[in-house]
Ligand binder design. Structure first.
Ligand code: C5P
Length: 416
C-alpha cells in the first residue's frame, strides 16, 4: 500500500473553482501520513478562505511575499526547501504561464522559481484555455524541465462547457504524489503520464531501438548482453502517450510491446539496422538498444561440437554496423533529431561528449552503469543529457520518469 509517512508536502493552491478540492486533498495527504503546509495565492483566496485551509492543514497559511512576520519565522526560500515535493493544485493557466516563463511576482511563483525541490502540478482550467497553444507550449516547457503533471480530466466544467480541464480527483493526485515520492511511477498506469487533450507529439513519427542484440555463434548459441530493454520500451511508451506514431525496433526482451507502438522484432545488429532504416523517414530516432559491437564472422550452420579441436573455441569476430552513427550521418533524409545513449562506467560526461561528436547525433543521454548503480535491469536511472547546449544532469528517477521527461523534451524540440 502506498503511504506518505514522514513526507512533507508544500501545497500551492491557485485561483480556480477547483480550489475547494484542494481542501479534500489536504485531508487525503494527511490520511496517508504526510504533513501539509499550504500557500494560498491571492486568486486562490477568492475561492477558499485562509481559515479553512489553516484549519485543515493545522499550520500557518502562507499568502504574502512581503510578509515580515512570516519571513522572520521562515524565509520563503526555506519554505520550499523544507518540503519533499511542491504540489500546485489547482494549477491555473496563469500559474503555469508564470512557471514556464520564470516570473516571480508573488509568493507562489517566487517559491516555484527559487526551488530545486521536485514539483508536481494538477492543471485545472476551462477547456479552451487548456487547449490554447500558449498553455500547451507552457505545458511542454514545464514537462521538459521535469515537472510532473497529473490530469486534467475530461468532463463537465463549472463554466458549463465540456472537455479537458477538470482538476484530477484528490485521491488521484495523492496517489500520483505517493507514487512519485516512492519511485513507483509506472509507464502504463502512471497518472503523471496521462496527459489529456492535445498531445505534443501528435503527427510525429519516431523510431526507437531497444533491448540487446543476439549475435549467433551456431544454431543454438549466441553472444548477448545484459540489456533488459526497460529504458527503451519506456521511451517508446512515453512517446506514444505523447501522441507520436512509434516504431519500436527491439532485440529479444521479456517485455510487452507498449500500447500504441508498432513492434519490429529483430535479433541481430544487422537486422536492427535494416529495420531502423526501413522505418525511416522519421521526425526523430532514439537509439536505446544495447547493440553488440561485434558478431561472429562465420556462423556455423550446425551446432559446434565440444570435440572439434581448438578452432571451435576461437571465435573470430567482425565489427557490427553502428546504427546510431549510420542514421546520424545520413546525407539524405537524416531525421531532424537523433538521440543516443552512452552507458559508461567511468568519466561519464567526457566520454559521452566524445561519443556525441564521433557518432554525429544531436543528443546523448549519458548514464553510469558501473557495478552498484543497479541501472542494468533495474527500474531506476540517472542520466545526463548532453547536447550542443551543454550538459543537463537529471536527478535519479524511475526509467518511466526518464522516458516521460525525454518525451517532453523531444516534443519541445520538434515543435520549437
Ligand atoms: O558506442 P556505444 O555502443 O557505446 O554507443 C551507444 C549508443 O550507440 C547507444 O545509443 C546505442 O543504441 C548506439 N549503438 C548503435 N549501434 C551500434 C552500437 C551502438 O546504434 N552498433
Amino acid at each position: 500500500m502506498l503511504t506518505l509517512t514522514g513526507k512533507r508536502i508544500l501545497l500551492i493552491i491557485g485561483g480556480g473553482v477547483a480550489a475547494y478540492k484542494s481542501l479534500l486533498l489536504i485531508r487525503e495527504l494527511q490520511r496517508m501520513g504526510a504533513s501539509v503546509r499550504c500557500v494560498l495565492t491571492a486568486a486562490g483566496a477568492e475561492f477558499v478562505t485562509p481559515l479553512s485551509v489553516g484549519a485543515l492543514s493545522g499550520d500557518k497559511v502562507y499568502q504574502q511575499l512581503f510578509d515580515l512576520t512570516a519571513e522572520a519565522e521562515m524565509g520563503h526560500i526555506e519554505l520550499s526547501r523544507s518540503a519533499d515535493l511542491l504540489v500546485v493544485a489547482p494549477a491555473t493557466a496563469d500559474l503555469m504561464a508564470k512557471m514556464a516563463n520564470g516570473l516571480a511576482g508573488d509568493l507562489a511563483s517566487t517559491l516555484l522559481l527559487a526551488t530545486d525541490t521536485p514539483v508536481m502540478i494538477a492543471p485545472s482550467m476551462n477547456v479552451r484555455m487548456w487547449e490554447h497553444p500558449a498553455t500547451q507550449q507552457n505545458l511542454r516547457t514545464l514537462r521538459a524541465r521535469g515537472i510532473q503533471t497529473v490530469g486534467p480530466d475530461e468532463g463537465d466544467m463549472a463554466c458549463g462547457e465540456y472537455g479537458f480541464g477538470r482538476v484530477a480527483e484528490p485521491e488521484v493526485i495523492a496517489d500520483a504524489i505517493a507514487r512519485h515520492l516512492s519511485g513507483q511511477a509506472r509507464v502504463a498506469t502512471d497518472q503523471t503520464l496521462a496527459i489529456s487533450g492535445p498531445q505534443g507529439l501528435r503527427g510525429k513519427r519516431i523510431v526507437v531501438t531497444s533491448g540487446p542484440t543476439h549475435e549467433p555463434i551456431d544454431p543454438v548459441r549466441y553472444i548477448a548482453n545484459r540489456s533488459s530493454g526497460k529504458q527503451g520500451h519506456a521511451i517508446a511508451a512515453a512517446l506514444a502517450a505523447e501522441g507520436a506514431e512509434v516504431v519500436l525496433v527491439s532485440g529479444p526482451t521479456r517485455l510487452d510491446t507498449p500500447a500504441g507502438c508498432t513492434l519490429h522484432a529483430v535479433e541481430t545488429a544487422e537486422q536492427m539496422l535494416a529495420a531502423t532504416m526501413g522505418a525511416l523517414p522519421a521526425d526523430a530516432v532514439v537509439c536505446a538498444a544495447a547493440v553488440a559491437d561485434y558478431r561472429v564472422g562465420a556462423v556455423s550452420e550446425n551446432k559446434l561440437k565440444k570435440d572439434t579441436g581448438t578452432d571451435a573455441r576461437t571465435l573470430s569476430l567482425v565489427e557490427n554496423p553502428d546504427i546510431l552513427k549510420t542514421v546520424s550521418r545520413l546525407a539524405d533524409g537524416r531525421p531532424p533529431l537523433v538521440i543516443g545513449f552512452a552507458a559508461e562506467t567511468e568519466q561519464v560526461i567526457p566520454h559521452a561528449r566524445a561519443k556525441r561528436d564521433r557518432k554525429g547525433c544531436d543528443w546523448i543521454l549519458a548514464n553510469d552503469v558501473s557495478t552498484g548503480t543497479g541501472t542494468f535491469g533495474g527500474d531506476d536511472n540517472q542520466v545526463t543529457l548532453v547536447s550542443e547546449h551543454g550538459e543537463d544532469a537529471w536527478p535519479r528517477m524511475t526509467k518511466a520518469e526518464v522516458a516521460a521527461r525525454l518525451a517532453a523534451k523531444i516534443a519541445e524540440a520538434l515543435t520549437a
